[in-house]
Design a protein around this ligand. Structure first.
Ligand code: HEC
Ligand code: HEC
Length: 144
């Protein structure tokens, strides 16, 4: 193989890699939530008891760690945050963080909307993701 062939070989490889990277960067973010339905299911659960969790005041129908974690993942997904945004991770039952207390208010709000305003058979339920879309403070569609 002569030097020119090697040069063009390397050049083509670089261009191909650059194209792959740029097409990846241009991809619109996937806005389809995975855990939002778990949040709705738990907020609207007719089961009023909990057998898992030490300090659950608004969620109900929670009977396993997996069930609770699916709801928590619904929160992190909707707000684009990690668990420590709302929790002291050494003590998840603690209410010391204002974000956790705000989240409870938000759960009440969503429950109220879903139970009292969106109870028709074809109505799409509201969840945290409806407003938050991956941001802890929902952004306006048109910036002021
Ligand atoms: C947006 C805020 C928020 C985020 C983010 C969040 N949580 Fe929670 N978490 C809460 C709220 C609110 C409660 C209490 C619900 C209630 O009172 O019914 C809770 C309760 C819990 C509990 C039950 C504690 C107990 O025994 O009472 C655990 C465990 C927990 N979360 C784990 C997690 C994990 C793990 C993550 C990350 C994957 C996470 N949370 C992310 C708001 C959040
Ligand atoms: C109707 C729209 C709407 C829905 C639905 C909604 N939120 Fe919010 N949320 C907001 C807005 C708007 C703010 C910002 C309020 C402000 O700026 O004071 C906010 C703020 C918050 C905050 C405080 C963030 C911070 O940085 O202080 C938390 C935590 C939160 N929401 C959690 C939730 C959770 C959990 C759910 C689902 C149970 C939810 N929200 C559903 C509109 C919504």
């Amino acid at each position: 193989m002569n030097k020119t062939a090697v040069f063009y070989g390397v050049l083509v490889t670089i261009i191909v890699i650059a194209l792959i990277i740029s097409s990846d960067l241009n991809k619109t973010p996937d806005l389809k939530p995975v855990f939002a339905d778990s949040v709705t299911a738990q907020i609207l659960s007719p089961d009023t008891s909990n057998t898992y969790g030490d300090n659950l005041k608004v969620l109900h129908g929670i009977h396993s760690r997996a069930q609770l974690l699916n709801v928590m993942r619904g929160f992190t997904e909707a707000l684009g945050v990690k668990c420590e945004f709302c929790h002291n991770t050494d003590n998840f039952a603690s209410d010391e963080k204002i974000q956790k207390r705000t989240a409870r208010e938000m759960i009440h709000m969503v429950a109220n909307i879903d139970e009292n305003y969106l109870d028709g058979p074809r109505m799409e339920k509201v969840t945290c993701f409806t407003c938050h879309r991956g941001q802890s403070i929902p952004k306006l569609v048109v910036e002021r």
